[in-house]
Design a binder for this molecule. Structure first.
Ligand code: CAA
Length: 389
């Protein structure tokens, strides 16, 4: 069966609150240009006390189920690196909140920010085996670094949900993929910590090494030449990284690093990430959402994807945008999800950052803060209790 397989629909959700970088800069004395220009970030999404990767994921996926139904969804793949349980997949809660069919499988995947791309590729394999099924791929993460650390300005949170199936309406995912794995300690989070550890400069060079490695393999596997691509979606821990990565790729492949050409290649993909911040697994697909929502002339044109997960694994692959894609977009909802967030002042952000979940197994309702469709109602007997609002 040769029918094209890819992303049929895509939707994202983010948090109740947002911290403008101006508020962080005012608190810590940083010249705002470092945030706005140096790393390319305007604001970061901050979860409310009753939001987490499950509530964001369910909010991202609900519109897909509302539009397409759930009869054909037999698999849910949930990618995250801010997991809430060592055993149970966060996707099972989402499966329940959305009322998905019990005749299905749900699993959680992890390899830092790369996890969602693994999920997308595995989904394609499942659909190839049974073209009648659709796979719900969800990427959901809360990026959290220590207060007053260099990583703090690159926090954020969001979930992207994608419906993968045959004859997709948005993007046909193509072969081959270029792959790269290297054992590096650039960014990691031991099980006993909720904030990540990172070697900032090492992480940037590890990322650029991975761009090179995956592009090299992509070429050796018979991939497209660079000139074919209308645009690129890079993993964006901060949006400036997409520019760094693309300049690196141009240099490595012997092309000029013309400023306008780099802007044309990656600029549109940074619009959502610049105001949401790092959403780890979701970040590269938030880039795709922004690119599709903000570009009119992608009918039939190839887009390059570079997915990077610290530690590290990277994959370069291409997708062709399906003619007529604009009819299926959710740009108004996406803009609303960003605009509806309530700005925090620095003290309010710090209070939320310093919250930690009680570990005593007692009955702990969470304050009602989110205006989103799902909330974490509380903890009881070491169990998370979710509800639809
Ligand atoms: N006006 C304009 N630009 C300014 C400026 C000003 N006033 N002041 C500084 N800048 C520029 C700097 O020149 C620099 O730009 P270049 O990199 O282009 O030279 C940029 O702002 C950042 O400045 P610094 O490098 O001095 O910033 P820093 O030491 O505080 O750290 C960081 C930056 C390493 C990205 C840090 O935020 C961090 O550790 N972030 C978390 C790790 C991360 O995101 N790594 C990315 C690769 S790993 C990955 O991708 C996986 C993942 O999701 C985590």
């Amino acid at each position: 069966n040769d029918s094209p397989i890819g992303i049929h629909d895509l939707s994202f959700a983010t948090t109740e609150f947002v911290l403008p970088h101006a508020a962080l800069a005012e608190y810590n004395g940083t010249e705002i240009g470092k945030y706005h220009i140096g790393i390319g970030q305007q604001s970061m999404s901050v979860p409310a006390a009753d939001e987490d990767i499950v509530t964001m994921a369910a909010a991202a996926a609900a519109p897909l189920v509302a539009r397409h139904g759930s009869d054909r969804i037999r698999t849910v793949l949930f990618a995250t690196e801010s997991s809430i349980d060592q055993a149970k997949s966060a996707g099972v809660y989402v499966h329940s909140l959305l009322g998905l069919p019990s005749a299905g499988r749900v699993v959680e995947l992890k390899q830092a920010c790369y996890g969602a791309t693994a999920a997308l590729q595995f989904a394609i394999g499942l659909v190839r085996r049974d073209p009648s099924q659709q796979v719900l791929v969800i990427a959901s993460d809360v990026s959290k670094y220590e207060l007053d650390s260099p990583g703090e300005a690159t926090q954020g949170a969001a979930a992207v949900a994608m419906l993968v199936g045959t004859d997709p309406a948005l993007v046909r995912i193509e072969e081959p993929s270029g792959l790269f794995t290297a054992d590096v300690m650039d960014f990691w989070r031991p099980n006993y910590r909720d904030a990540a550890l990172v070697d900032g400069q090492e992480s940037i060079s590890a990322y650029l090494q991975a761009v090179e490695g995956s592009w090299k393999d992509y070429g050796e596997q018979g991939g497209r030449p660079l000139e074919d691509f209308a645009a690129f979606c890079y993993h964006q821990p901060f949006t400036k990284m997409a520019y760094k990565a693309h300049r690196h790729l141009l240099n490595y492949s012997g092309h000029d690093t013309d400023k306008d050409a780099v802007e044309r290649a990656v600029g549109a993909s940074t619009a959502y990430n610049a105001v949401i911040g790092n959403s780890y697994t979701a970040s590269v697909y938030l880039g795709l959402a922004a690119l599709l929502d903000r570009t009119r002339d992608l009918d039939g044109r190839p887009v390059g994807f570079l997915s990077y997960g610290s530690g590290s694994v990277a994959e370069f692959f291409s997708g062709t945008v399906v003619p007529g894609y604009r009819r299926h977009l959710r740009d108004a909802e996406h803009r609303r999800a960003i605009a509806r967030r309530t700005p925090l002042d620095y003290a309010g952000y710090r209070r939320l950052h310093e919250r930690s979940f009680p570990t005593d197994g007692g009955d702990h309702p969470t304050p009602a803060q989110t205006g989103g469709p799902f909330r974490l109602a509380g903890l009881r007997d070491h169990k998370r209790l979710y509800e639809a609002r």
